[in-house]
Design a protein around this ligand. Structure first.
Ligand code: 1GP
Length: 251
């Protein structure tokens, strides 16, 4: 990154990949990981079409372990590691990039801007590439909505359209629509379509995506990439991940 705030290497890579296919972004939550089994998980993800790894989780506070997890990943894989921070404890010097996110619908200014201010010095010091991003937690009832004091959105187009316009006007280059990890109700295609209409950066969707039918409806609605977390830890998850990953190649 230079003083003109040019787009960095990882973001350029994501944009380039997006021209070829929709992005496959598995999420590794260090809270659910053991270092021993990580090698196998990461190898499988890389073999099965992951474009980059997101690392983070709503309740993640062990920075030392986060550092170890990322070091381990970097020792066996060339995939970019992008931090998906829950707080300043979600920053690791070993990562390539960070979703420098504003939790746009938080009622707590800490998650809108204060954590970001506190974290900025570390990002600068360790030369972690910031990817300016808006983050909207759509549903209530998940860990992220609780921790982030998020105010859920109505399931109609009007409000998400306004958030998406605001994200564009702020200059965010990525917008992440979050259903909540493990949710039984992934974000509706209605919401994704409306966001796509008003936001022209990378539109990323996550939360409860566990089968190719759900993935297809989000991709048809305009998602540029999907984040998949919980599925990776389920029995039979690798197979379904592969199906979704294959589907992403045709969007
Ligand atoms: C969580 O959107 C991600 O932030 C992934 O959700 O764990 O439900 O796949 P899942």
């Amino acid at each position: 990154m230079n003083k003109e705030n040019q787009i960095g290497t990882v973001e350029s890579y994501l944009n380039h990949r997006r021209k070829e296919k929709a992005l496959c972004l598995p999420l590794i939550d260090p809270v659910n990981q053991k270092l021993d089994s990580l090698i196998n998980t990461v190898n499988e993800l890389e073999k099965n079409g992951a474009d980059a790894l997101l690392v983070g989780g709503s309740t993640m506070v062990d920075v030392t372990f986060l550092d170890d997890v990322i070091l381990k990943i970097k020792s066996i894989s060339h995939m970019p590691v992008i931090l998906f921070p829950n707080n300043i404890t979600g920053i690791s010097k070993n990562a390539d990039a960070i979703l420098f996110m504003m939790l746009m619908n938080s009622e707590n200014t800490y998650y809108v801007v204060e954590a970001q201010v506190l974290g900025s010095g570390l990002i600068y010091k360790y030369h972690i590439e910031p990817i300016p991003a808006g983050y909207i937690v759509i549903n209530a009832g998940s860990a992220v909505s609780h921790i982030g004091h998020a105010r859920p959105l109505p399931n109609n187009r009007e409000i998400i359209s306004l958030y998406s316009l605001a994200a564009k006007y702020f200059g965010f280059r990525l917008l992440y629509l979050e259903g909540g990890s493990g949710t039984a109700e992934p974000i509706s295609s209605n919401i994704v379509e409306a966001a796509k209409k008003y936001f022209n950066g990378l539109l990323i969707v996550g939360g409860g995506i566990k089968d190719k039918e759900t993935a297809a409806s989000l991709l048809k609605a305009g998602a540029d990439g999907l984040v998949i977390g919980n599925l990776l830890e389920e029995k039979g998850g690798t197979e379904r991940f592969k199906e979704i990953s294959n589907l992403l190649k045709s969007y």
